[in-house]
Write a protein that binds this ligand. Structure first.
Ligand SMILES: [Fe+2]
Length: 284
């Protein structure tokens, strides 16, 4: 007989309500997978397991902690682009109720979810269940490969990468200074390097990259001006009808691609237009 894994043991010890909740939340995330490329089931699964680990180690109520973990990010499904867990309250209550939990339990889960939000942690210390959830959620942010998922976050939320860096540095730096980035003492020690490297990355992006000319001129699409295309400079006969009178860079490249497909190589404008005002660096 195979030795049961940690996951087997966790699952076997779940209450009927917790199993129902796990199943329903899983089904929901499978159904709406495309809407949450960052806050997806992979994230929930991680937070569920790590919350269980921290709750067990620190004597928190495991049923409350893992229920909160499973429903903590429902705001991203209920209200895409929302920045507060409160936007998921109704959906959270509905799922918890369907799973068979009492009104008192549902209220306590709601409290745990809200107190564990990063933006709320500077002012008051969460309950031990809130700490378990917060540590699990925070640990996901500093996994060495989570930074590679930034594009998923910006796609999902519409938040610009620089705004994300500003939010992370603004919210997380004070927590590191207060030594409450992670509440679990062992985890603070185990993941010290991950925490430092992660914040270093975001601080670097905010302080150095954002102010660089390379970023300002060629990367930040919100500031790169549309090209004032002189059509005489282009070989666009086959695709001219697809080009608008004031093309954006996207239109230009789409048109250029169409020409390349239908007529072979094209000539790009000979020079960068000088009539368009150059953007000024922002220090905001
Ligand atoms: Fe989360």
């Amino acid at each position: 007989m195979a030795t049961p894994t940690d996951e087997d043991v966790i699952y076997q010890n779940l209450s009927i309500n917790a199993r129902r909740l796990l199943r329903d939340v899983y089904v929901l995330y499978q159904k709406f997978h495309d809407s949450v490329p960052f806050h997806d089931w992979e994230h929930i699964w991680f937070v569920f397991h790590e919350t269980h680990r921290f709750a067990k180690r620190n004597g928190a109520d495991i049923e409350l902690s893992i229920a909160a973990a499973l429903v903590h990010d429902l705001n991203h499904l209920a209200e895409p682009g929302s920045t507060s867990a409160a936007a998921g309250s109704d959906l959270r209550r509905q799922l918890l109720h369907t799973a068979g939990y009492s009104q008192d339990f549902i209220q306590r889960v709601e409290h745990i979810v809200l107190e564990a939000e990063t933006s709320q942690r500077s002012d008051r210390t969460p309950s031990i269940e809130g700490q378990a959830l917060s540590d699990a959620d925070t640990l996901y942010k500093v996994l060495p490969d989570t930074v590679n998922k930034s594009a998923r976050y910006t796609d999902e939320t519409g938040v610009h990468i620089i705004e994300l860096a500003r939010k992370i540095v603004g919210e997380q730096s004070p927590l590191v200074e207060k030594k409450i980035y992670l509440y679990d003492e062992q985890a603070r020690s185990d993941y010290k390097v991950w925490i430092e490297r992660n914040l270093e990355h975001w601080r670097f992006l905010l302080a150095e990259y954002k102010e660089s000319e390379i970023y300002r001129d060629h990367v930040d699409r919100s500031r790169v001006p549309p090209l004032a295309i002189d059509e005489d400079d282009l070989v666009l006969d086959a695709a001219r009808s697809k080009i608008t009178s004031s093309p954006t860079p996207d239109d230009h490249y789409a048109g250029a691609h169409a020409v390349a497909v239908t007529t072979g190589p094209i000539r790009l404008p000979k020079r960068r237009p000088s009539a368009v005002a150059r953007p000024q660096p922002s220090h905001g």
